[in-house]
Ligand binder design. Structure first.
Ligand code: URA
Length: 266
């Protein structure tokens, strides 16, 4: 790692904002290799130098990586005037420059990677890299083998070009189950039923894998074939699968192995 300023090191290590850490340095709370650091702009090599705040050694992470099970009602953004953001859920973060890798809709749940590694994010999201994203979805409508075929051919969702082929798998266990949307659906699966009202309708449970990340892509694909997504949860992105011990709103750090595998996905 190359040299960085002491105040940046401290801020990146979660010791406070840049101005807060400057005050701590001035007050003599910070030592570098055992000596009180008088100045904020001295250069530190994070691999070699030992920096302590109030006698406690600080660990510097150039990058942080978290797997979040995004809950509904939270937006995939770093800041929002109205809604809680996914970043606010990562309470153990040290870095202040974290962002979500791509977006899930406000009412979508599931796997979201949160990091400050722009290179990894760009690679995972780059259209040319075709990283698989797999979702579980509950569909108001009867998904048939014909729908599966249409999805493999790409769907016209009103953009310049049809979507790339998508893999759709019908989960037959629940096929033909009648969904009384007003009552049953909310009990069934965390309940984002999206205002479908009216008569009983057929519900299909599916798994869908797409390689692009267009705006509302899965909802628009089903709308284009006359159906509605009533629940959507991302299960995996490239080699990374959602840890099923994480409840909506919970997160954990990625392991070194998971980070290594993700980097091999593009
Ligand atoms: N497709 C959608 O329609 N919504 C999401 O959140 C993700 C994929």
């Amino acid at each position: 790692m190359s040299d960085i300023r002491l105040d940046k090191f401290l801020a990146d290590a979660g010791a406070g904002t840049r101005s807060e850490v400057k005050i701590k340095i001035k007050k003599g709370q910070v030592t570098v290799n055992g000596e009180a650091a008088g100045k904020s702009d001295i250069k530190i090599n994070p691999d070699i130098d030992e920096v302590c705040l109030d006698g406690k050694k600080l660990i510097y992470n150039e990058f942080e990586y978290f797997m979040l099970n995004k809950p509904q009602g939270v937006v995939s953004a770093t800041k929002d005037d109205k809604d809680k953001t996914v970043i606010e859920l990562i309470t153990e973060a040290k870095r202040r420059d974290l962002f979500p890798v791509g977006r899930l809709d406000k009412d979508t749940e599931g796997l979201l990677i949160i990091t400050n590694d722009g290179k990894l994010s760009n690679n995972l999201l780059a259209p040319g890299k075709h990283v698989d994203k797999t979702y579980f979805a509950i569909i108001a409508g009867e998904v048939t083998d014909d729908t599966v075929l249409r999805f493999t051919e790409g769907i016209d969702i009103g953009d310049d070009k049809p979507t790339a082929p998508a893999k759709l798998r019908i989960l037959y266990d629940d096929k033909d189950e009648i969904l009384d949307v007003d009552s049953d659906a909310t009990n069934n699966n965390s309940g984002n039923v999206n205002n479908i009202m009216g008569d009983d309708i057929i519900k299909s449970n599916v798994e869908i894998t797409i390689t692009e990340g267009r705006y509302h892509q899965i909802k628009r694909m089903f709308e284009a074939v006359g159906m509605k997504v009533t629940y959507l949860k991302r299960l995996s992105m490239g080699s990374l699968s959602l840890d099923d011990s994480l409840k909506p709103g919970e997160y954990r750090r990625l392991t070194d192995e998971e980070i290594r595998l993700l980097a091999g996905d593009f």
